[in-house]
Design a protein around this ligand. Sequence first.
Ligand SMILES: [Fe+2]
Ligand SMILES: [Fe+2]
Length: 236
Amino acid sequence: MSSEVSSTETSDLSVTYSAAKDVDPKDLAELISFLPCETPDAWVEVALQRQDILLINHAYLEKCAARTALNMMFTYPDKPDLQRKMSRLAREELVHYEQVIKIINKRGLTYRGLKPSRYAGLMNVEIRKPSDERLTDSLIVGALIEARSCERFAKIAPHLDPELTKFYTSLLRSEARHYKDYLTLAQGYSKTPIDDRIKHFCAIEKQAIESEDDQFRFHSGVPSEKLTRPAYPKDS
Ligand SMILES: [Fe+2]
Ligand SMILES: [Fe+2]
């Protein structure tokens, strides 16, 4: 959880996340150390076999990210720093959405609604109700989702075809900043230390990432045996 990162950790990360050349290694190391665990290799293996679902779900998640930012702006109109950061973030997420859709169309795929993963819901149910607490918790959850997305882009990018490698690598810089924006706002607006809440949400996030999951999505957990059976439909 510490933001202090040693140079040894930084150089090790440059091997695992070799696609992240556009991001300052210190920023990436800080983001990785914020996350409670690394994406399991088993998720990467299944993601490479299900790139259609990966792209379609990715497009959906970019829209969700824009919606979350806009909702924040409407819920907290009296917070100028939040308004500024969330406005820029929402615009960037919609640009990402358009970029993914372009790739989806170019590949002859059809964007469609898919059942969402369990990931965000597991954290969202833990967000406290009173306004101040809700703001802190929502911003921490936002930071975790952005950080995980960035980590997954960095982890999978080197294994993809040149077009997707280039695209996912290009997303790293903004996603790393989004994570930081959410975390900075959480720290800035909370009247009390937020370390315990970060720990609380990290524990849930770790469970979602490291436990078995019967569904494959961008934020899904360790693929269950059911998902790796040859007969399992690759398009669901
Ligand atoms: Fe994005
Ligand atoms: Fe983002």
